[in-house]
Design a protein around this ligand. Structure first.
Ligand code: AAO
Length: 495
């Protein structure tokens, strides 16, 4: 389940958090396919609760399933199908955020206190009642006999049983050991597979038993052969937050797909913030520090939709500007794992929902709008980190580097440079003074445009041009706190 199922020339996943299906379809066609993005992680597509909280609808309603009808804040089933078709047609795969651990919060009930559901299914999450007729689930579908309370903070250190059997922040905890529950969940996944998705991000896998996840995964069909070829299994990445010291570990999930490696973003963010030396990242990979497993085990990212909302995030986010740009660029340049780029909307408050048209419209999500330079117009409320000039160029850099190991690694204090064998070269200077040196780029002779502060445009460089000699060497100056990145994707006169 660890194969990404992307085209080999497209190596980066983007999380289009809270985007509508119609907007994602356009994004695949108009942008993603041209910038090396191989897959898009979408917000949960199943029916979920609706609420009005302080005249807004929080983003997290998407994580409270009411049924597996494909009707959500992002759109209808028909719109979802159209988006999957159009993205696949241009070689961009769809990865679904699948919420299998739980249903709604205890006490949530259709019609109570302005709580509704996106496809109008009835449900009653009253403690002990717990009915979801549209699935159907009833009280025995849940884990109450094993644990009838919330997970406590201390459980995370002490009890894998409690982490997996009790309720995560009050969310009614499904019993994946129950055969009928397994059948419902596998049915949901299979419906999406029939529609043409490439795989799943499993929400809260930490809170489900690997021994239950495996049989559910094994009940899934192969992917559509007309899109993916014969006998291809779905991609799976398990959301397991494990930075060490907990009862549930990411190691528990290694043979059922990849896991979300929160240790990667932490390490790169520390360097970007100046708390660690960039030089130390020359060892970032399997065994670098706790939780950094083999290449095929990890999904790497700088920030995600949860930790970007922390009070004082331990990772850098779009709010850190240049530090963030550098962190994401390093992730995409460095040869480790399957990288995921976060694409956000602007927020001040943790709960704030995506840009929307207000209560009168049922808080209908607004579409992004675009500037002439292809970035998103901030007035539309969308950050679109994936469209930032540096990040989109580095996604192209990643694509041409695929399968090439890091080579010719050069380190100095707070500086790191490396090639991706005959495909690309990257140099990061974390000191304040210039760094000038002759580097072995491993690239074929020619002229290459810097992709960090510019691009190849109409066969010319919009910023720095690097000349590589017949010996693969180039003299390059990297200014203080800057990067130079060149690749086969930025070669003047083509490859
Ligand atoms: C909402 C309301 C709640 C209400 C509930 C039910 O906010 O007040 O009780 O409804 O009515 C999202 C929101 C929730 C929201 C929920 C449902 O974040 O606020 O609840 O939708 O609408 C744990 C889980 C992890 C989970 C994370 C948020 O292990 O799976 O909490 N992430 C996913 C999604 C997330 C979603 C859900 C799951 C639920 O990505 O968006 O929730 O579907 C430690 C533990 C982690 C634990 C965190 C937070 O991590 O290790 O397992 O994550 O604490 O409790 C450092 C530390 C590390 C710590 C980490 C936290 O790294 O080293 O130990 O910081 O960032």
């Amino acid at each position: 389940y660890d194969r990404t199922n992307t085209l080999s020339s497209r190596q980066t996943m983007v999380h289009l958090f809270e985007w509508k299906w119609t907007d994602i379809a356009n994004e695949c066609e108009n942008f993603l396919q041209n910038y090396g993005y191989g897959a898009v992680q979408i917000s949960p597509p199943m029916e979920h609760i609706t609420i009005n909280q302080n005249n807004d609808m929080p983003w997290w309603v998407r994580y409270q399933p009411v049924s597996y009808k494909l009707d959500s804040r992002s759109g209808t089933e028909a719109e979802l199908q159209d988006m999957i078709n159009r993205c696949n047609k241009v070689g961009v795969r769809v990865v679904v955020d699948a919420v299998m651990n739980h249903m709604v919060g205890v006490g949530e009930r259709q019609g109570a206190d302005g709580v509704g559901s996106t496809a109008n299914s009835a449900f009653d999450g009253t403690d002990g009642v717990e009915t979801f007729p549209s699935v159907p689930y009833a009280a025995p579908s849940f884990n109450d006999q094993r644990c009838h309370r919330d997970i406590q903070d201390s459980d995370y250190q002490n009890s894998a049983e409690n982490v997996r059997n009790c309720r995560l922040v009050g969310l009614l905890d499904l019993d994946q050991g129950n055969q009928a529950v397994r059948t419902s969940l596998a049915g949901y996944l299979n419906k999406l597979i029939d529609m043409g998705v490439a795989g799943f991000r499993f929400d809260a896998s930490k809170h489900m038993w690997p021994g239950d996840l495996m049989p559910i995964l094994n009940m899934t069909k192969n992917l559509r052969s007309d899109i993916f070829g014969a006998n291809v299994r779905p991609f799976a990445v398990h959301e397991v937050i494990d930075r060490g010291g907990e009862a549930v570990t990411c190691g528990d999930y290694l043979n059922i797909g990849r896991y979300t490696n929160f240790n990667f973003g932490a390490a790169v963010s520390n360097a970007a913030k100046g708390y660690a030396n960039w030089q130390s990242l020359s060892h970032l990979g399997p065994g670098y520090s706790y939780g950094n497993y083999e290449d095929h085990d990890v999904l790497n990212f700088i920030d995600n939709h949860d930790n970007q909302r922390d009070d004082n995030p331990y990772v850098v986010t779009y709010k850190n500007g240049d530090q963030y740009r550098m962190a994401v660029a390093f992730m995409l340049a460095w040869s480790y794992g399957y990288p995921r780029v976060m694409s956000s909307f602007y927020f001040n408050d943790h709960n704030q929902g995506p840009p929307n048209n207000g209560a009168g419209s049922g808080f209908a999500t607004r579409s992004p709008t675009f500037n002439p330079d292809l970035t998103c117009n901030s007035d539309s409320g969308w950050v679109c980190e994936h469209r930032w000039p540096t990040i989109r160029q580095m996604s192209l850099f990643r694509s041409v580097s695929s399968g090439r190991a890091a080579a010719e690694v050069v380190t100095q204090s707070n500086r790191i440079a490396f090639a991706r064998e005959s495909a690309a070269f990257f140099a990061l200077n974390g000191q304040s003074g210039d760094w000038t040196q002759t580097f072995q780029t491993t690239l074929p002779p020619g002229e290459y445009c810097d992709q960090y502060n510019g691009a190849l445009d109409n066969n010319q460089c919009t910023s720095l041009k690097v000349s590589v000699g017949f010996d693969g060497k180039a003299v390059i100056t990297i200014k203080g706190n800057q990067v130079v990145a060149v690749s086969q994707a930025s070669r003047v006169d083509g490859p």
